[in-house]
Design a protein. Structure first.
Ligand SMILES: [Zn+2]
Length: 223
């Protein structure tokens, strides 16, 4: 705790002044362009990764960056997440949603090795909503036994599953129908800084730098 208290003092004494103008401007309200959904893992730091300022990212976090499937009867497994998504898309009118999984994800590891969550009943219930079992069956069928490869495959699959879950939310459906919202799937490799982005055309994750090049190339062609 002492480290945090010292950190707050250092922030107030020598860091806050660098952001004072931004925070004063934000007093009148926030207008983030992006909803960033990621894991609660301490190694994932959205603002640092994206080099954004306060006010730029609306953030939703949970173990395993899980997005609940929308339940119209109000019996959602995660009402807080439903409300956060609705507020970001409907009220703040964010332009992009990024669902960001990450390397060495403990939650995804617990799906591969359920005994790791044996003493965590709430975590077991939470992870039971993650539908990656058919991908696990594929890995078994293909003889993929290497633990790192299996974890990487599940981390990727989980992002796709959560993108599909996000697409069930009414606010998301409406915003996408009006072409006002784009949904992106990312994998952050925190040990190297690499970020992969899901490419729908190629049905696989590609380095984000490649994705940007493709986008700017398309824009150049359209111009
Ligand atoms: Zn994680």
């Amino acid at each position: 705790m002492q480290k945090l208290v010292q950190g707050v003092r250092r922030f107030q004494d020598s860091v806050f002044q660098d952001y004072q103008v931004i925070f004063e401007r934000l007093r009148s309200g926030q207008r983030p362009q992006t909803l960033f959904i990621t894991c609660s893992d301490s190694r994932v730091v959205p603002g640092l990764l994206t080099q954004t300022n306060p006010g730029d990212l609306f953030v939703l976090r949970s173990a395993g960056n899980v997005v609940p499937h929308y339940e119209a009867d109000g019996k959602s497994s995660d009402r807080a997440a439903e409300a956060t998504i609705e507020y970001a898309v409907e009220e703040l009118q964010v332009r992009d949603v990024i669902i960001c999984g990450h390397s060495h994800c403990g939650a995804m590891g617990a799906i591969l090795h359920p005994n790791q969550a044996a003493r965590l009943p709430a975590m077991q219930r939470h992870l039971a909503t993650v539908s990656v079992h058919y991908r696990l069956a594929e890995l078994d069928r293909d003889g993929v036994n290497d633990p790192a490869s299996r974890l990487h495959a599940i981390v990727e699959e989980n992002v796709l599953v959560q993108m599909a879950n996000l697409a069930t939310h009414p606010s998301v459906i409406q915003a996408r129908a009006k072409a006002q919202l784009n949904v992106h799937g990312w994998i952050y490799h925190f040990e190297s800084g690499r970020v992969d982005s899901y490419c729908k055309t190629r049905s696989k994750f590609v380095p984000l730098s490649t994705w940007q090049a493709q986008t700017s190339s398309k824009q150049q062609q359209a111009a």
